[in-house]
Design a protein around this ligand. Structure first.
Ligand SMILES: *Cc1c(COP(=O)(O)O)cnc(C)c1O
Length: 364
């Protein structure tokens, strides 16, 4: 069906962040299949792991125990500090699970018409419930009647949430992207999520984070909300979690955990051994390659924290005509002059990145 206005190019193969089209032209892929190809294209270790899994078992059914799925649950719950997980095959399905969970949670509290607060410019998917939760008329137009039970407020506006809290006793949850992707890469005030967490606790609402696009390492932490001190009750993941194998996940914690009982929700393909192997391998490779702990700073005061002492780097850089400093034993400190140009910044990257990569490779 004619559902996409496609660009006139077809790719035949890829390697890392590079793609080749059918005419042999090479492209630098700065989109990763919309935040999907976490490990780039044709990652050697992922390829081997998936081939091995295919030769053993692709699918059995959730009627049986699936060891790989339990391993994924353990790993994701550990990384997110959450308790339970349901696996499906896409972002919209993960959000469907979250929406159903919130409604069931509401009914369990005696609320007959549970409502979920959603945001302007939000994107949660293309199924009927998730397009109804989405804050974009273009996504909804022509598909009315929309699914009821959503209350929309402006993004990054706590007053609007307070207003709803005062007037709508049917609210049971808030569904929000910590960074809006499809809405135009919009971020929240640094204190917003902490305040929202408090409001949710006051009213016994579930805080449900859609991290389908911003999760899985994209922001420098495993999950975008981990830049704050809060924990969500529900978190949805998809896109980058399987490096291209379709996987979605809905995690629950605290008062959201235990809501679904056998028979409340399901998926035929969800969490099959092949999908789970993609998740396990993606997470394992990311974890092992995480030698740069964090990059911090603002403007031209920048710290690059490594997983080990790196004073030695100062001498190695100097030998190559590059002056940097190391502070606090394992933090490379960059303090270039205010006249620093973009071209000079690029030159700094050209010199510093291979230095750090080589330094980390020596010790590994
Ligand atoms: C892409 C996206 C979805 C929908 O994911 P699909 O896998 O396309 O169903 C949901 N939420 C957010 C934030 C997304 O970016």
């Amino acid at each position: 069906m004619n559902t996409y206005a496609r660009l006139p190019v077809a790719f035949t193969h890829g390697e890392g962040v590079w793609l080749w089209d059918s005419n042999g032209k090479r492209y630098l892929d700065a989109l990763s299949g919309i935040a999907v190809n976490t490990l780039g294209h044709a990652h050697a270790r992922l390829t081997v792991a998936l081939k091995e899994q295919i030769s053993k078992l692709i699918h059995v059914s959730n009627l049986y125990q699936i060891n790989e799925q339990e391993a994924v649950a353990d790993k994701l719950c550990e990384l997110a500090n959450m308790q339970e997980m349901f696996l499906c095959n896409s972002g919209c399905e993960a959000n469907e699970a979250a929406i159903k969970l919130a409604r069931l949670y509401g009914h369990q509290q005696g609320i007959e018409n549970p409502a979920i607060i959603v945001m302007e410019k939000a994107f949660h998917g293309r199924t009927l419930a998730t397009l109804s939760a989405t804050g974009n008329r273009k996504v909804q137009a022509g598909f009315e009647p929309l699914v009821k039970g959503f209350v929309r407020v402006p993004y990054d506006d706590l007053d609007a949430i307070h207003q709803v809290a005062e007037h709508n006793p049917d609210v049971v949850a808030v569904l929000i992207e910590p960074i809006q992707g499809e809405g135009g890469i919009r971020t929240l005030d640094i204190h917003y999520l902490e305040q929202l967490r408090k409001i949710c606790d006051q009213h016994n609402w579930l805080l449900m984070l859609d991290e389908v696009q911003c999760g899985i390492g994209r922001t420098g932490k495993w999950f975008a909300h981990q830049h704050t001190g809060i924990l969500p009750d529900v978190m949805t993941l998809a896109k980058g979690i399987g490096s291209g194998i379709p996987v979605g996940a809905c995690l629950a914690a605290g008062k959201a955990a235990g809501t679904f009982k056998p028979g409340n929700h399901g998926s035929t393909f969800g969490g099959n051994p092949l999908a789970c192997m993609a998740v396990l391998t993606t997470l394992a490779i990311m974890e092992e390659d995480q030698l740069v702990v964090e990059i911090r700073g603002q403007g031209l005061i920048i710290g690059i924290e490594l997983d080990r002492s790196c004073g030695e780097l100062v001498k190695q850089a100097l030998a190559q005509g590059l002056m940097v400093n190391v502070t606090a034993d394992n933090v490379i400190r960059l303090l270039p002059a205010m006249v620093f140009t973009t071209a000079e910044a690029l030159q700094l990257l050209d010199q510093l990145c291979p230095l750090i990569t080589n330094f980390l490779a020596q010790g590994a």
